[in-house]
Design a protein around this ligand. Structure first.
Ligand SMILES: C[S@@+](CC[C@H](N)C(=O)[O-])C[C@H]1O[C@@H](n2cnc3c(N)ncnc32)[C@H](O)[C@@H]1O
Length: 277
């Protein structure tokens, strides 16, 4: 682990590991079929396809059950996938074993805070749906990404955003004001999942980019799930499907515009490694 690890940070990391271990078995149950998740995932897939030619060597940070890693391997990328939850790692290994891709996905039980254990040079590093929100020391992870990426290589990250209008409206209407304000917290904040705690940091895209600016230039960012409801409002989506699909088209058209791109359930950000001195 990084040198600045303290007992408090290590205990938070263990909480996060337990939380994701506890949901790993069912992670692709209702959630895997969640059309709102799939919509965001497709945007990340399209961006990775546009940024890297097949054959590129990619590193997946926080691979979860391996849906992205295995899909990219199927498309001809060479993927190393890491996750901090051993149960998630097992899921990725099991999924990778079901498909015959060559080379196979290289799956490792390594945390993003342990990237110093990974060797080699990558054309791209991606992370989908928020693993970087769980990293205690983002600056240390940035330095490791800079070490692992070839000059000119790119980062494609989907990160949980700070301003999600749907979430604020949803909880305010139910009188749950503290829950509505959870993303406003500065620094790390506890978020419950399956009776466990995920210690989470929320970011605005510009705030997130500041941690990377020394080693990476910003190529662009856009909102994911701004007009469309967030994934946990799937029932609302099912009841109002035509209206929500129309909102989804608004996301596609307007999610990259100034101001709007800084909001949403997640944001998708692309950065390019500066040449090393
Ligand atoms: C919301 S899930 C997203 C999983 C996957 N990327 C996806 O798109 O479905 C977050 C994942 O990040 C992992 N994670 C959390 N903290 C991590 C850390 N410090 N290092 C590596 N993985 C971590 C969790 O175990 C979990 O699998």
């Amino acid at each position: 682990m990084f040198e600045q690890s303290t007992p408090a940070v290590e205990s938070q990391l263990l909480d996060i590991r337990r939380a994701f271990d506890s949901v790993a078995a069912n992670y692709d149950g209702p959630r895997g079929n969640n059309l709102l998740v799939q919509r965001m995932r497709r945007m990340t897939w399209d961006t990775v396809r546009d940024e890297f030619p097949p054959g590129s060597r990619l590193l997946d940070l926080g691979c979860g059950t391996g849906l992205d890693a295995v899909e990219f391997a199927r498309r001809g990328y060479r993927v190393t996938a890491i996750d901090w939850s051993p149960r998630m790692v097992e899921r990725t290994r099991a999924l990778a074993a079901q498909v015959t891709t060559h080379p196979r996905v290289d799956v490792r039980h390594v945390g993003i805070h342990q990237l110093d254990r990974i060797e080699g040079e990558f054309d791209g590093i991606y992370s989908n749906m928020g693993p970087l929100n769980c990293v205690p020391d983002l600056g240390a992870a940035v330095a490791e990404c800079a070490r692992l990426l070839r000059p000119g290589g790119r980062l494609v990250f989907s990160v949980i955003g700070r301003v999600c209008p749907w979430e604020i409206g949803h909880y305010v209407l139910r009188g749950r004001f503290r829950r509505a304000a959870v993303r406003a917290a500065r620094g790390v904040t506890p978020v419950g999942m399956n009776r466990h705690t995920i210690w989470t940091r929320y970011y605005l895209p510009r705030e997130f980019y500041r941690a990377f600016a020394e080693h990476f230039s910003l190529c662009g960012y856009r909102a994911l799930g701004l007009f469309m409801p967030p994934p946990y409002l799937l029932d609302y989506y099912r009841r109002h499907r035509r209206w929500c699909d129309w909102l989804g088209r608004l996301d596609d058209r307007l999610g990259g515009l100034p101001l709007l791109r800084s909001m949403g359930d997640h944001f998708l950000i692309v950065m390019s490694a500066r040449s090393r001195p």
